[in-house]
Design a protein around this ligand. Sequence first.
Ligand SMILES: Cc1cc2nc3c(=O)[nH]c(=O)nc-3n(C[C@H](O)[C@H](O)[C@H](O)COP(=O)(O)OP(=O)(O)OC[C@H]3O[C@@H](n4cnc5c(N)ncnc54)[C@H](O)[C@@H]3O)c2cc1C
Length: 299
Amino acid sequence: MLDCAIIGGGPAGLSAALVLGRSRRNVALFDDDQARNKVTQESHGFLTRDGIKPSELREIARDELKKYPSVVVRDIAIVQARRLADGTFVLVAKGNEQIRARTIILATGLKEILPDISGLKEHYGKSLFSCPYCDGWEIRDRPLVVISEHPHAYHLAVIASHWSMDLAVCTNGANVLPPEQIGKLASRGIRVYGQRIALVKGSEGRLQNIAFADGTELERTAGFVGSQLVHATPFAEMLGCAMNEKGGIVVDDVGRTTAEGVFAAGDNATVTQTQIVFAAAGGSLAAMGVNAALTFADF
Ligand SMILES: Cc1cc2nc3c(=O)[nH]c(=O)nc-3n(C[C@H](O)[C@H](O)[C@H](O)COP(=O)(O)OP(=O)(O)OC[C@H]3O[C@@H](n4cnc5c(N)ncnc54)[C@H](O)[C@@H]3O)c2cc1C
């Protein structure tokens, strides 16, 4: 039986595996390589790794794990997770393999649902991004667009304006901004385009134009997209973990969820603050939580 099964091999899961390996814990990390930031070429803002390719960051982390013989990394999806009567867990991997574990760390991340706009996906991660803190520096002072069908468009636009004042907001037909906010944006020279977008146009992912359904066009070279974030897996609910008002898994200061033996780390817990450095920190905390829980249980 594993001391801990880590589901998810992004920064949160990998960081948890490292700390648990160093804590002499028998762990397996399961990953099906569907990270949110797979679409990007570069990750920014992680100390000592600014500008690294997301896959390279994972390779380095996986290499470091090889030093710890009690850690196994498996490239496979987990399709089910449930608690047994004795309080331990059984995971079912794709292909029906069953894995038993005393504890679980959910490091499964989030998935984004982009606005349904033709051409948007092709530009996402190349010239359209999710967050100014991740990619704002690279597109600073350029003609930018914020595409969002959500009231959060205002917040995103105000924050994005710090990187470029040549900014437009497109709500794709959604009437989400009150007149005061439209007025405030206009007072700073930021125009709101409420009409439907027919096509996001560009070349090899480099944005050139937003073509509206009314036949008009807007030249822009980069920007940010407000997307809907959903959990990558339903395991938290299946295992009885409480969720907070933002849709994140409720965790304490060592990643403990409200379900005994289940820990969570990364985007699935932080939800509105999604950064690699936070995810890695969450993984490290959850690993300490797991090790302390097991050590006290066996003491
Ligand atoms: C376009 C874009 C650009 C970004 N740029 C930056 C940036 O520059 N800097 C920055 O700090 N952050 C950036 N982020 C945010 C960053 O990607 C996330 O905050 C971070 O990856 C979260 O780490 P995580 O480990 O929680 O989840 P993830 O990195 O999403 O990893 C979760 C992993 O769990 C796996 N998984 C899920 N379910 C299962 C299952 N059932 N079985 C097996 N495996 C499973 C997935 O395949 C995935 O590999 C960006 C995000 C996006 C979308």
